[in-house]
Design a binder for this molecule. Structure first.
Ligand code: ADP
Ligand code: ASP
Ligand code: MG
Length: 406
């Protein structure tokens, strides 16, 4: 019998009527002759509320207790969804991460799935029972509850699809597919019928939150047939596929943005061998990820400015750490700036086409938008700009690359 995993995000289970709507969709898949596992997120807004509780009670808290709190949203929707499916006359039961078990590492708050014991699930699904699995959670060492990072239910779904050997993993959300750009900002964005794993991975890691990055990584590695579609309509969604399944490849497939960046400039850093290692070594030791880096040429041969970006949540920590090293590093000042966004254009077609970066720079220049930092890889170009220009930049680039839905 074909086996499918259906994942429903926060908006799709946002109230009881929506949970009933999910149950009706599940019933349709069962009636079509499939064995079905459902993965649910918490009701929309619920996880944010739980995170706020944790930070209010203790700004610095035990990550294991944070996980015990924030995993609870999915327990509620798993139980309610199982009840709603039963009310449709279809057998169903809920499963929490530890009941399955979905085993993770011990990086609480951002754990990785290590393994899934699928035997129980498989034997019960074979009897026609729908497995309703709480997304976002697993069980770490010493039987502690662990969560998979924000947006982690996508990864729960893909991991489950891989473990169950599912024929499809359908991600139901509040838009009907992956678009050329976030359709909430760029109205002219177009839905893509297909996107390659590689491009989807870049889109996700560069900020398009429609799929969690790790879910795409896992789908790519395990060849899970992944589809993004709407829980509110029957419109066809977007299939994530191998490159050779795409007949006409655009040069640029999509544009992503991230507001989670902060820019840090070290002014007048001595221009000597080894200075970059002495700056970035301590950041790495403190688990601060550095993304984009520029070092200006030194005019006098003695000092230069160094600019780089870190996650906005790490900005203050980075500044404090560098200020502590000022005597050793010998720079003049640290200047942080949180009013920046990263905008990226992505496309596998870039490998074989020149001039893609130039079109980006020209479109931004024509709109008076200053580029602060640039970074590139084989299939993407990212720029850092002032956050007030985000919408203007996205629309201008969308038009410049001919992506507008006309
Ligand atoms: P869910 O709760 O279902 O997991 P998310 O909010 O995590 O939903 O992801 C869906 C959202 O992703 C959409 O509402 C949309 O605003 C946003 N998004 C960002 N970039 C894109 C894109 N390129 N295509 C589609 N949606 C996107
Ligand atoms: N509920 C979790 C979150 O809001 C997980 C998810 O929705 O994927 O991040
Ligand atoms: Mg999500």
């Amino acid at each position: 019998m074909p086996r499918v995993v259906m994942k429903f995000g926060g908006t799709s289970v946002g109230d009881l009527d929506r949970i009933r709507n999910v149950a009706a969709r599940v019933k349709r898949e069962v009636a079509a002759g499939n064995e079905v596992a459902v993965v649910v997120s918490a009701m929309s807004g619920e996880t944010n509320k739980l995170v706020d509780y944790c930070t209010s009670i203790a700004p610095v808290h035990d990550a294991r207790e944070y996980d015990a709190v924030v995993a609870s949203g999915e327990q509620v929707t798993a139980g309610l969804t199982a009840m709603a499916i039963q009310a449709e006359g279809v057998p169903a039961r809920s499963w929490l991460g530890w009941q399955i078990a979905i085993r993770t590492d011990e990086v609480h708050g951002k754990a990785r799935i290590l393994s899934i014991d699928s035997e129980d699930l498989l034997s019960r699904m074979a009897t026609g029972e729908v497995a309703v699995v709480a997304g976002f959670q697993g069980v770490a060492g010493r039987n502690r509850i662990a969560t998979l990072g924000r947006g982690g239910s996508d990864t729960s779904a893909v991991a489950l699809a891989a473990a169950l050997g599912a024929d499809r993993c359908d991600i139901y959300t509040d838009v009907d597919g992956v678009y050329t750009c976030d359709p909430r900002i760029v109205r002219a964005a177009r839905k893509l019928n297909k996107i390659t794993y590689e491009e989807m991975l870049e889109m996700a890691s560069l900020g398009a939150r429609v799929l969690q990055t790790r879910s795409v990584e896992m789908a790519m590695k395990n060849r899970v047939r992944l589809q993004v579609l709407s829980s509110f309509s029957d419109a066809p969604g977007t299939l994530v596929v191998d490159e050779d399944e795409i007949v006409e490849q655009e040069i640029v497939s999509g544009i992503a943005y991230s507001r989670d960046e902060a820019k840090i400039t070290l002014v007048q850093v001595p221009d000597q061998p080894g200075v970059a290692a002495r700056i970035f070594g301590p950041l790495a030791e403190h688990n601060i990820n550095v993304d984009m880096i520029v070092q200006n040429v030194s005019e006098d041969g003695r000092s230069t400015d160094m600019t780089f970006t870190v996650g906005v949540e790490d900005c203050q920590r980075t500044v404090d750490l560098l200020q502590g090293l000022q005597g050793d590093l010998g720079f003049a000042r640290v200047v942080p700036d949180e009013h920046v966004v990263k905008v990226s254009v992505i496309g596998v077609g870039m490998r074989s086409h020149a001039g893609v970066a130039n079109s980006m720079f020209r479109a931004l220049a024509e709109n008076g938008i200053n580029i602060q930092v640039i970074s590139t890889s084989e299939i993407k170009i990212s720029v850092l700009i002032a956050d007030k220009y985000l919408e203007l930049a996205l629309r201008a680039l969308h038009t410049a690359y001919g992506l507008d839905n006309t």
